[in-house]
Write a protein that binds this ligand. Structure first.
Ligand SMILES: [Zn+2]
Length: 313
């Protein structure tokens, strides 16, 4: 009888200790990737190797999401934390400053693009270290994943970080990354050949997310709202845009799922234009996930939409 009780107590102790340290232990072995594009690239390279978890829920707007204290604790004790940077996830800087105490490796992907970041006005380029927080218009544009060539550079940086924390799987990561790079090369070729056969160069977007894509393919992005998906245009800015669109004979206005639709409809009504959708791939909806959509498939859908707006011949 005493023996049975002892075993029961022992079992409880084991169960309880298992419960209390489960999340911490789990986190220690994992790689956390902040936003969907970072998660997609990391997941492809780490496939069949180290476990990768997404931080920002796929359906959330990455510009506005914030982690809970419990999620912060997990991030600070994980094996490797990879984030986009350039101001997209302001909370991530806090993780990276605290992570040092726990042997957590941190990779900010924006650091790969020294001197290549576009500023909020779309005119200047610079490095992630130099920020101008006092002037919203001079924040860096964080949407570099929408340029397939830059996505490839992100992939290489992710591969190196994975090899650092999990050298036993080096061959696997090299192989997986090579396959991903091939996919991104193919995507870049499709964009290059398609966009070179379009008559127009200018396109209008509500959310200023396509600056790197435009720069890569010699296009011009005209933005109604700013870098963050929230800011609303002033009436004078709207009037200015209406005039510009009429003068340049631009008939398509791109909006994105969930935001900017009202303003796009207003502009379209003023100019006799049409509203189309261009997805900045900040996250995927559950429906998109279930139907097997991913970064590559949405990039191809975006190209189809650009073909319409830019008058593919
Ligand atoms: Zn964005």
């Amino acid at each position: 009888m005493k023996r049975a009780l002892f075993i029961l107590l022992l079992l409880c102790a084991v169960l309880f200790s298992g419960c209390s340290s489960q999340s911490q232990q789990g986190a220690e072995k994992k790689v956390y990737a902040s936003t969907y594009p970072v998660y997609y690239l990391t997941g492809r390279i780490a496939e069949n190797g180290i476990e990768v978890a997404a931080v920002v829920p796929s359906s959330a707007d990455p510009h506005n999401w914030e982690p809970s204290p419990r999620q912060m604790a997990e991030l600070e004790s994980c094996k490797l934390f990879i984030y986009n940077g350039a101001g997209l996830e302001p909370w991530a800087d806090k993780v990276s400053s605290l992570a040092g105490d726990n042997d957590t490796a941190v990779l900010e992907l924006a650091s790969v693009f020294q001197g290549q970041l576009i500023d909020g006005s779309g005119e200047k380029t610079g490095s992630p270290g130099e920020r101008h927080p006092e002037d919203h218009n001079h924040e860096w544009d964080p949407h570099f994943w929408l340029d397939p060539v830059m996505a490839k550079e992100m992939a290489v940086a992710i591969r190196e970080a994975l090899i650092q924390v999990d050298p036993d799987n080096k061959e696997l990561y090299v192989e997986n990354c090579a396959a991903l790079e091939q996919d991104l090369d193919k995507l870049h070729e499709e964009y290059t050949s398609t966009l070179s056969r379009c008559r127009k160069k200018e396109f209008v977007v509500t959310h200023q997310a396509f600056g790197y894509l435009a720069k890569r393919y010699g296009l011009e992005q005209i933005s109604v709202m700013g870098i963050s998906s929230e800011s609303e245009p002033s009436p004078s800015r709207l009037a200015e845009l209406t005039k510009l669109l009429k003068e340049s004979n631009i008939r398509c206005i791109f909006t994105e799922p969930f935001t900017g639709e009202k303003v796009a409809q207003t502009l379209a009504a003023e100019t006799g234009g049409e509203v189309l959708e261009l997805n900045p791939i900040g996250g995927l909806t559950e429906t998109q996930m279930e139907s097997g959509e991913d970064y590559l498939s949405i990039m191809r859908k975006n190209l189809e939409q650009l073909k319409v707006a830019l008058e593919y011949e």
